[in-house]
Design a protein around this ligand. Structure first.
Ligand code: NAP
Length: 344
């Protein structure tokens, strides 16, 4: 069996996903694409030697009989309408974050999916597929460090362009921390505080960098999250869990330790594509496999909703400097399903 996939929006990550479906993964084929820039779409289809039809817009692609399942990798504000259209068409849809740009938009998707009576939506929180985070979750779930008390996390980029806004540090960058820590802990957030340390001179005038985001969970665990997008030295994701009986750390990506000229050195990656390449591969292969079975195995629309509500609270906490409560709707029974992707 093969999943015939349509891709909406073939910019950076859309092309990345097309490449992995075509060259690396199995049981999926890109048969349709669309992008506001049709010339670019044609050039990419040709460059990949794909036998894929180029559609006028996302809605035509979703409705096409040629398309079994949809990947949404267009600009964030367009995600909601395409995900809703895919649900309406009864087609599995993989949506890159954000699921929608507002919590209300996420709830509209949740309601549409529940009305359909079937899970169709997976959201692109790929860290749940990273082998290091999975190993960390296993250690936690097995109680090897006891009850988790504190998580020290850091999300560091070498640098970002001056077009990167203050809100992006939360909705584009920290959003991955928001998803992965509640998944690691099997817990939900109740409040957040944002603190601004001394600002780096490397950041544009408008951007407070770094930031410290402190989230508290229902069980009382504190996540002490650093966002530093001009750290200069590399792309570095850190996560250390302090428990009652021990401490567990996210492993760094494997890299040769070189001993030379009286120096011991090892490389640090500089970009997210390489850091999470294997996780993206696992994530999309899992989506293809589960879509063929009529299931959703990864992060759901509900996870997209929780991320949106938490990100809104982070933005409010950042603007006011106050500890801000996080109020979630009660999780519907419909979403009481697998939150741990099985090994692909
Ligand atoms: P990008 O390079 O700007 O690509 C988006 C593409 O979609 C562009 O070619 C854009 O065309 C096109 N587009 C915009 N609106 C469209 C519409 N209505 N219909 C069809 N195509 C449309 O952005 P990106 O970096 O690939 O990011 C895309 C999404 O993926 C974002 O939501 C981003 O947050 C998410 N993302 C997630 C991760 C992750 O780690 N999970 C990583 C990267 C990105 P124009 O350029 O002409 O507007």
């Amino acid at each position: 069996m093969e999943l015939k996939i349509g891709v909406i929006g073939i910019g950076a990550i859309g092309q990345d996903h097309m490449k992995r479906i075509t060259n690396t993964l199995s049981k999926g084929r890109v048969v349709a694409v669309t992008d506001v820039n049709r010339q670019q779409a044609k050039a990419i289809v040709d460059a990949f030697s794909l036998d894929a039809r180029i559609y006028e817009d996302g809605h035509q692609l979703i409705q096409s009989d040629e398309v079994d399942a949809v990947i949404v990798t267009s600009w964030g504000p367009t995600h909601e309408e395409y995900v809703l259209a895919a649900i309406e068409a009864n087609k599995p849809v993989f949506c890159e974050k954000p699921l929608a740009t507002t919590a209300e938009g996420c709830i509209r998707i949740v309601e549409a999916e529940m009305k359909k009576g079937k899970l169709l939506v997976q959201v692109g929180y790929m860290r749940r597929y990273d082998s290091g985070y999975r190993a960390l979750k296993q250690v936690l779930d097995e109680g090897q460090v006891g009850e988790p008390l504190i998580i020290h996390a850091a999300h560091r980029n070498q640098t970002v362009p001056d077009t990167y806004t203050g809100d992006m540090s939360i909705v584009d960058t920290f959003i991955h921390e928001i998803d992965v820590h509640r998944w690691l802990l099997n817990d939900e957030y109740v409040s957040v505080q944002v603190i601004a340390p001394k600002k780096t001179q490397q950041a544009a005038e408008h951007l407070q960098d770094p930031l410290i985001v402190i989230m508290k969970t229902q069980q009382g665990t504190i996540i002490n999250g650093e966002i530093f997008v001009h750290c200069q030295y590399g792309y570095d994701i850190q996560c250390q869990i302090v428990g009652e009986n021990g401490m567990a750390s996210l492993p760094d990506p494997a890299s040769v330790v070189l001993h030379s000229q009286a120096t011991r050195s090892t490389n640090i990656l500089t970009d997210w594509q390489h850091r999470f390449k294997a996780a993206y591969d696992e994530e999309l292969q899992d989506w293809i496999n589960s879509s063929l079975k009529g299931e959703v195995n990864g992060p759901t629309a509900w996870d997209g909703y929780v991320a949106a509500v938490t990100a809104d609270a982070c933005l409010k906490a950042k603007a006011t400097g106050e500890t801000t409560p996080i109020h979630l709707q009660e999780r519907p029974a419909f979403y009481h399903q697998s939150f741990v992707p099985e090994k692909v």
